[in-house]
Design a protein. Structure first.
Length: 209
């Protein structure tokens, strides 16, 4: 349940074989914001990450929850979930009651299977770039971006990029001083330049996979 004193509610999707850092990196940063409550939502009570550790969900499908931020991690589990119509339908409904939608890594593949990113600039894990971008040609995919913020949708590149994008979101909503406070608190060297993408793909050289 949402704490009565919480002013900022984050809902994070979890599913079997999600990438551990995709979820726990951003929520480490987001969880240091004051008056923030984080809820995990999934299709079962216990969910296993790709690396093995398990988490317990607070909310289960088909519930949707009004929130300030919906966080969608990626991971190998997205390879099958893109074909799960019930999950994709739920994602459309949940996004409708979320003020901001934030995907990490191949979490953007799930969004790409909906109509939600059509006409929107977005990015994804560069190692999976060809697969994800092939799911929806109506998205304006960015091959060189650590993260992309286009209105309601914030999408980040692979795994650790989600931490950088989470700090950007904190700066956007709480101010740069708060983002820098959390950066120092966690002793994390923030790549605060969204255009500084050392893993960008060169589409003309065929480096995208």
């Amino acid at each position: 349940m949402l704490s009565p004193t919480a002013k900022h509610h984050v809902v994070a999707l979890v599913f079997d074989d999600y990438e551990t850092l995709d979820l726990h990196g951003p929520i480490e940063m987001l969880g240091h914001m004051s008056d923030t409550h984080i809820s995990l939502i999934g299709n079962q009570s216990i969910v296993r990450s790709y690396q093995g550790p398990r988490v317990v969900t607070d909310i289960q499908f088909p519930a949707v929850v009004e929130c300030d931020l919906l966080l969608i991690p990626g991971g190998i589990g997205t390879r099958t979930l893109v074909n799960d119509k019930s999950l994709i339908d739920w994602l459309v409904r949940q996004s409708g009651v979320s003020k901001k939608v934030f995907s990490v890594c191949t979490g953007s593949a799930l969004l790409a299977k909906t109509h939600l990113l059509n006409g929107t600039s977005a990015t994804t894990n560069k190692m999976a770039y060809r697969w994800v971008t092939g799911l929806n040609s109506h998205v304006i995919w960015q091959p060189a971006a650590r993260w992309v913020d286009d209105g309601k949708y914030l999408t980040s590149s692979g795994v650790s990029a989600g931490i950088d994008a989470a700090l950007y979101y904190i700066k956007q909503t709480q101010g740069e001083a708060e983002a820098r406070r959390i950066e120092q608190l966690t002793e994390y060297q923030w790549n605060s330049d969204r255009g500084n993408d050392p893993y960008a793909v060169d589409l003309f050289q065929g480096d995208a996979k």
